[in-house]
Design a protein around this ligand. Structure first.
Ligand code: PLP
Length: 385
């Protein structure tokens, strides 16, 4: 008999929605065309790409011309930081990033150091939210760009992007928001956020992997990273990934339509999971304040989380020790360390991220299996003493 597996790692990736697959299918099975071609085939592909652009724009309150398709969230982040920095005036040579950004932002900022930019890091509180006073203190007229995520991928904690954008604009800086985890899970509106650049990704919203978008507010100066043809209004060269883009558009439309119902459903399930997990001795939630409805990050005393994750995997529950890319390397989470949590608690933390397919039964069973796995790890520890 095959085991019924419970997937609680939707912040790593989400399954492709069957309705998204249906929208993509013609473009994978014979329908084709280069969206830059002038003939009928090309114009059919162009129309599909432009329909998808309108769907993505609608989800974040942008106009279609402000959407640039990319190969995913990572490329959108790279384009925002590198492209935004390259377009800044010679007097603006500072980039501000929060300490809890995704590596796609942090590594790009690091690379910009070699190109003569100074990087300043905004502190976060023990609750996982940026310290606004620190941001205010570090902002000045040398700042080219401020990059602040809307929701942290490990804790789900929402960041005060609108407030940060107002402060940054007061100093003339461009504002980038990595909304890869937030889009589709909370309402995202570029006008309300006030950001100039915003990244999103298909595979976090039940769309395909390898496609994403960067919102570029009209009038925002940004150099292209990829050079070649004049696709995407000269902001991203390369023949469009029509099937991927169509999938992203369909996923965006579905996310927009289901948000009002899905967000409270997920919040209820997450709260139910948290309440059960907190009955496990020494369990503590990491991150506080407004959060994504689908995410919780919990430490189990000072137990190493990796064996716990492996035990849960064997029992049929998929969770994460943090960012998927960090998980392979078993590095302690830079996000939890930035929140000043003790190192042993950081290494004892697991992230549970729920999604469209998660049911009450999944939650109750997963909580029970976690409690059992922790208890077993206690027993094996006391046996070892
Ligand atoms: N930004 C955040 C906050 C993320 O969580 C991720 C993916 O985990 C990315 C960027 C990268 O997106 P992608 O996987 O589409 O390259």
């Amino acid at each position: 008999m095959t085991m019924e597996r419970i997937y609680l790692d939707h912040n790593a990736t989400t399954p492709l929605d069957p309705r998204v697959l249906e929208a993509m299918r013609p473009w994978l099975e014979g329908r084709f065309g280069n969206a830059s071609s002038l003939h009928w085939f090309g114009q059919r592909a162009r129309a599909a790409v432009e329909d998808a652009r309108a769907q993505v724009a609608e989800l974040v309150g942008a106009s279609p011309a402000e959407i640039v398709f990319t190969s995913g969230g990572t490329e959108a982040d790279n384009l925002a930081l590198s492209g935004g920095a390259a377009a800044a005036s010679a007097a603006r040579r500072t980039i501000l990033v929060s300490a809890i950004e995704h590596p796609a932002v942090l590594s790009t900022a690091k690379a910009l150091e070699a190109r003569g930019f100074a990087i300043r890091t905004i502190r976060v509180t023990s609750e996982g939210r940026i310290d606004e006073a620190d941001l205010r203190g570090q902002l000045d007229e040398t700042c080219a760009l401020v990059s602040l995520m809307l929701a942290n991928n490990e804790t789900g904690v929402l960041q005060p992007v609108a407030e940060a954008a107002a402060l940054a604009h007061g100093q003339g800086a461009v504002v980038h928001c990595d909304a890869v985890q937030a889009v589709g899970r909370v309402r995202v509106d570029v006008a309300a956020l006030g950001c100039d650049l915003l990244s999103l990704s298909g595979h976090k919203i039940y769309g395909p992997q390898g496609v994403g978008a960067l919102y570029v507010r009209r009038g925002t100066a940004m150099q292209a990273l990829l050079r070649g043809g004049s696709q995407e209004r000269n902001r991203r060269a390369g023949t469009e990934n029509v099937a991927g883009v169509v999938g992203l558009g369909a996923a965006a439309a579905l996310a927009g339509a289901s948000l009002a119902e899905e967000a409270p459903r997920l919040a209820d399930l997450r709260d139910r999971l948290e309440a059960r997990l907190l009955t496990v001795p020494e369990a503590r939630v990491n991150g506080n304040g407004p959060r994504l409805p689908n995410t919780t990050n919990v430490s189990f005393g000072t137990r190493d989380a990796v064996p716990l994750l492996m035990a849960l995997d064997l029992a049929g529950v998929a969770v994460s020790t943090g960012a998927a890319c960090a998980a392979g390397a078993a590095e302690p989470s830079h996000v939890l360390l930035a929140m000043n949590l003790p190192r042993d608690r950081v290494q004892a933390s697991l992230r549970f991220s729920l999604g469209r397919g998660t049911t009450v039964e999944d939650i109750d069973r997963a909580a029970q299996l976690v409690a059992q796995a922790v208890e077993r790890s206690c027993r094996s520890r006391s046996d070892a003493v």
